[in-house]
Design a protein around this ligand. Structure first.
Ligand SMILES: Nc1ncnc2c1ncn2[C@@H]1O[C@H](COP(=O)(O)OP(=O)(O)OP(=O)(O)O)[C@@H](O)[C@H]1O
Ligand SMILES: [Mg+2]
Length: 367
């Protein structure tokens, strides 16, 4: 069984309108709800590919019940930690004529320390039945973030660490003498910066979860962003799937070309991460594993909504890995799932058939 972890799930609600004008009365054509939060998106694709999955979520209130019901409609079993605060709703207003989207993202509520402890205890218990863990998406905001005193970098503009963008050459040790590369890696994690100590005790929850899984020799896929992703990297998950922005944020650098991306992937490996899949939106992906590197491309897809393509890709990669497919086939499946997702509206709702149809469009070359 693959365990997906969604610490900050949501009701993913789409409101369909012909035209949205700020400050005007808008007639709603239709409403659709699915179980959201990136881990739940991943769970849907794993389920659609016919693999056993369990969605582990922190949910609360009436909204939490709705998330449970929506997962049930997708035949995805839920293991919940019930929190006292209600789950959030992420609302997308979709203008059907132009395909323009306006998204309202509720941040969610902080976990109390007893809820946090229950999350860790339940997760630890679930590991005994788990073959692979997928940690996806944001974590609930801390009290300090709600109060506006700090940011985890999950959604706001401010970075939790004031990372200056040092040159890529310095960071990769590309043009600097031997021995400096290690220092470059340390620069990525300036743990002793005073702002790092400000009351975000839960920001390293992913790192803790990776550590617990590793102790049981269970592989972990981490797909997140901002500070929880950076903290999670330190615990060396088995596989990561950042997009370009996430890599730039996590490593504090600016990506100019493919060589930079391969350099970033070397850095990730140096941190102990075995599999790196660097997604590139419609450009496909680059990947690196066991000393091999691949470029994966996909021919033109009629794009409807690429949101959730990364989640679809992670779900398919998880299934490929759990089924011990060859690396090249995992990558083909992952890119096909991402492309299949981009060709439809609902996030990560592509069926096995949709993904299968995309497979011949995907080219995987070793580079
Ligand atoms: N427009 C597109 N056409 C074809 N394939 C796409 C398109 N967008 C994404 N994909 C496929 O999906 C994969 C993941 O997409 P992307 O890099 O956008 O992930 P992401 O930014 O993590 O997305 P999200 O977080 O919204 O799920 C890509 O590597 C690619 O294979
Ligand atoms: Mg993503």
């Amino acid at each position: 069984m693959i365990l997906t972890v969604t610490l900050n799930p949501c009701i993913d609600k789409t409101i369909f309108v012909t035209h949205f004008q700020k400050g005007k009365k808008v007639v709603v054509e239709g409403i659709k709800k699915i179980a959201g939060g990136k881990g739940n998106n991943v769970a849907r694709v794993i389920k659609n590919l016919g693999h056993e999955v369990l969605s582990f979520c922190v949910v609360g209130g009436q909204e939490g019940r709705i998330i449970e019901e929506l997962l049930g409609q997708d035949s995805i079993p839920l293991q919940a930690v019930w929190a006292k605060s209600p789950s959030r709703t992420v609302t997308t207003v979709l203008e059907t004529k132009t395909n323009r989207q306006t998204v309202f993202v509720e941040p969610g509520f902080p976990l109390s320390s007893s809820e946090f402890q229950e999350v860790i205890a339940t997760y630890t218990h679930l590991l005994s039945q788990t073959e692979l863990v997928v940690l996806s998406g944001s974590i609930p905001p801390s009290e300090e973030e709600i109060a506006g005193t700090v940011s985890t970098g999950m959604g706001g503009t401010a970075h939790f660490y004031p990372l200056e963008h040092i040159s890529f050459a310095d960071k990769l040790g590309r043009k600097i003498p031997d021995g400096k590369e290690r220092r470059a890696v340390e620069h990525i994690f300036p743990m002793d910066h005073p702002s790092a100590q400000v009351g975000l005790s839960q920001r390293d929850i992913y790192a803790e979860m990776i550590k617990l899984a590793r102790e049981k020799e269970i592989r972990v896929i981490l797909d997140s962003h901002g500070e929880p992703f950076r903290q999670g990297l330190k615990a060396a998950p088995f596989l990561i799937k950042p997009n370009v922005r996430e890599t730039e944020q996590a490593l504090g650098l600016t990506v100019r070309d493919e060589e930079d991306l391969f350099g970033a992937m070397r850095l990730y490996h140096e941190m102990g991460i075995e599999w790196v899949v660097q997604s590139l939106g419609k450009g496909g992906a680059l990947a690196s594993f066991a000393g091999k590197r691949w470029r994966i491309t996909v021919s033109q897809v009629p794009v409807v909504n690429p949101v959730g393509s990364g989640d679809a890709m992670v779900g398919a990669l998880a299934v490929g890995i759990a089924r011990n497919l060859a690396a090249k086939e995992c990558l083909r499946l992952g890119v096909a799932a991402g492309a299949a997702n981009a060709a439809m509206w609902d996030a990560a709702s592509c069926s096995r058939e949709d993904i299968k149809k995309m497979l011949p469009q995907v080219a995987v070359e070793e580079v």
